[in-house]
Ligand binder design. Structure first.
Ligand SMILES: [Fe+2]
Ligand SMILES: [Fe+2]
Length: 247
């Protein structure tokens, strides 16, 4: 079994709602779920000890976190719910909605505010694009202690092999590229998941002739960090973790 490219298990969540569930097997027991919500389907308001981060991948649905509710359109907005916070979703449209939801146990040392996103924000808008060398176009959903990067690898684009602190989790959206994590290389395609743990080298190469789009979650954030003096650590241990992660 692959350590870095988990296989999904099809699981029934609420009523008619089924999800592909990927378990990463890390210290936070992170679970990535790709769920199809038929028209009219609802995930009733509920709470659990895990944090939950998510967004709409296709179609649209209404998401509630605490007292706030918003319509999430595909790849335009994201949300997160703190462990113990009530949240739920309903697909009020007449087409299926595909959702991405990531659950993980709180890791307070990694969850101090590290980005410009206010700690209390629960709904996150997609940033303007940023182009970096190598033919990558990057956009972000920036949370206080995590970020989700929407990346487009044009044909021939390379994300060179590198390693860093923190967790990086990828979800394939469109197209097909070669993804390498540790010693494993796979074709990375729609609704597949990779996991690059702390310090495990990884790279991506689009060796096809069509663009390839993916989501990449960073915990802690790497691309949208505040200057260190402006970060708010959850506790002293968190300060050390974040300082290390920024190196
Ligand atoms: Fe939930
Ligand atoms: Fe990386």
């Amino acid at each position: 079994m692959s350590a870095y490219f988990p296989e999904p298990t099809r699981t029934r969540l609420f009523g008619e709602i089924e999800a592909d569930v990927f378990r990463l097997g890390d210290a936070a027991d992170t679970v990535v779920m790709i769920t199809t919500m038929p028209p009219g389907a609802a995930a009733p308001p509920h709470e659990h000890a895990e944090h939950q981060i998510g967004m709409c991948l296709s179609g649209s649905y209404r998401m509630r976190v605490g007292d706030e509710e918003r319509r999430l359109d595909a790849l335009r907005g994201a949300y997160w719910a703190r462990g113990g916070e009530i949240h739920g979703a309903v697909n009020e449209s007449d087409v299926p909605a595909v959702t991405l939801d990531i659950k993980r146990r709180p890791q307070p040392a990694l969850e101090g505010r590290a980005t410009p996103c206010p700690a209390e924000a629960r709904f996150l808008d997609l940033s303007a694009p940023r182009t970096v060398k190598g033919g990558l176009e990057l956009r972000f959903f920036v949370g206080p202690w995590f970020e989700i990067m929407l990346s487009v690898l044009e044909p021939g684009a390379l994300m060179p092999r590198h390693a860093h602190r923190g967790a990086q989790i990828g979800i394939g959206l469109d197209g097909d590229y070669a993804m390498e994590v540790g010693e494993e290389t796979r074709r990375f395609t729609r609704h597949r998941v990779y996991f690059a743990p702390d310090h495990v080298p990884h790279m991506g190469l689009n060796d096809t002739d069509a663009p390839a789009t993916s989501l990449n979650v960073f915990i802690p954030p790497r691309w949208n960090l505040l200057p260190r003096r402006l970060r708010e650590s959850a506790d002293a241990a968190g300060e050390m973790e974040l300082a290390d992660a920024a190196r």
